[in-house]
Design a binder for this molecule. Structure first.
Ligand SMILES: Cc1cc2nc3c(=O)[nH]c(=O)nc-3n(C[C@H](O)[C@H](O)[C@H](O)COP(=O)(O)OP(=O)(O)OC[C@H]3O[C@@H](n4cnc5c(N)ncnc54)[C@H](O)[C@@H]3O)c2cc1C
Length: 338
């Protein structure tokens, strides 16, 4: 992961959270909702708030977690015997509801929604996390999310936000692949309603687009890698995760979120093989943008070459490095450490 400036949480905790439900929100994305009283310790910050996610290794009786929430958690982690360490991955808050689904539904005047939603009858906080499914057997976190079921547990350690402009930007530029969709969604929802700019969101397929709460002045460009109608993943992924039914998930591709018609992917858009490498479409589309007048701020995240390549381009265009937050979320062919 690249280095970036961050707004750190004031009082982070290592939280043991319990899965209350899962939902296949689009063909290649599963939403895992954590709930329970322990989440009262979580302080939502909006934007691209991310956290360390601790997951059990195969065959582990119980999830072993560090107890320190400062940077010392890592030293504790390294001191654990290798076969007892949890997997550690990085994920983003897709949504946080302080009082849970039932209270949110009640506030919205819907008396049936809370009661019919499994596990949501108690007014506990809830945290949604959107996991990209990148192929069975190709990563512990993706595999865990694909089979997660109510009652499963995971550890969460808040790390804060990286979208931290030191000035009031005249415009915003967001460029992400599917792993950065939750961050893009959080940033767009957190921006002032009169914000202007562009968000480039690359996806495995057009059906992976989601509703985004973007300011009217921020244009969202959906960039699907696969041909229209396809649910296939990129060629390097060994398995098409989006077509099978996963226990504990409701597979409703493309129906869970109404899309703004103005923001739908271009149906005529069919990228060639070179553009099916994750990150390339977003890199090229964002690089073709004529930067608006004034001083902007850019957030670049996803496959490492997208984040670093676009940063290089923007700096060559005259953007100060301090106005660019770039995060290599993952690298093709390289598992995350931990
Ligand atoms: C700050 C931050 C926030 C993040 N937020 C999210 C989020 O909200 N949702 C999300 O889905 N991801 C998110 N990511 C990316 C996620 O952490 C990585 O994709 C991670 O590597 C997945 O772990 P894994 O155990 O599934 O695969 P790993 O064990 O890390 O990797 C195994 C193999 O899978 C490949 N791989 C990893 N990720 C992908 C992918 N997305 N597509 C195709 N191949 C892949 C690797 O190259 C490797 O070959 C975030 C990353 C960071 C740094």
């Amino acid at each position: 992961m690249s280095r970036f400036k961050q707004a750190k949480p004031k009082d982070p905790h290592v939280i043991l959270a319990e899965v209350v439900r899962t939902e296949r929100v689009t063909p290649n994305m599963v939403r895992v909702t954590f709930g329970g009283e322990s989440l009262r310790l979580f302080e939502p910050l909006g934007h691209d708030q991310w956290f360390r996610l601790f997951l059990p290794r195969a065959g582990q009786q119980a999830l072993r977690l560090p107890t320190r929430s400062s940077a010392l958690w890592y030293a504790q982690f390294l001191r654990m015997p290798k076969d007892q360490r949890p997997y550690v991955r990085n994920y983003t808050v897709r949504a946080f509801r302080p009082a849970g689904a039932a209270a949110a539904a009640a506030a919205a005047g819907d008396s049936t929604a809370g009661a019919s939603s499994a596990g949501a009858a108690l007014a506990h906080p809830e945290l949604d996390v959107d996991f990209v499914l990148h192929g069975s057997g190709s990563g512990p976190a993706s595999d865990w999310a694909a089979s997660a079921a109510p009652g499963d547990t995971a550890g969460i350690l808040d790390q804060g936000i990286a979208y931290t402009p030191a000035h009031d930007p005249d415009w915003h530029l967001i460029a992400v692949d599917e792993t950065g969709l939750p961050a893009a969604a959080g940033i767009l929802a957190s921006l002032p309603r009169d914000a202007r700019g562009h968000a480039f969101v690359e996806l495995p397929t057009a059906a992976d687009a989601q509703h985004l709460d973007a300011p009217a002045g921020v244009e969202v460009h959906w960039l699907p890698r696969a041909a229209p109608g396809s649910t296939a993943q990129t060629p390097h992924a060994p398995h098409t995760a989006g077509t099978g039914h996963t226990p504990g998930t409701a597979h409703t591709p493309g129906t869970a979120h109404a899309l703004d018609a103005a923001h739908l992917p271009d149906a005529a858009h069919t990228p060639d093989a070179a553009h099916q490498v994750p990150g390339r479409l977003a890199l090229e589309a964002a690089s073709a943008l004529t930067l608006p007048e004034g001083r902007g701020y850019a957030y670049l995240a996803g496959e490492s070459a997208l984040a670093t390549g676009l940063r290089r381009h923007l700096v060559a265009q005259g953007m100060p490095k301090s106005d660019i937050s770039f995060v290599g979320y993952w690298r093709i062919g390289h598992a995350a450490a931990g």
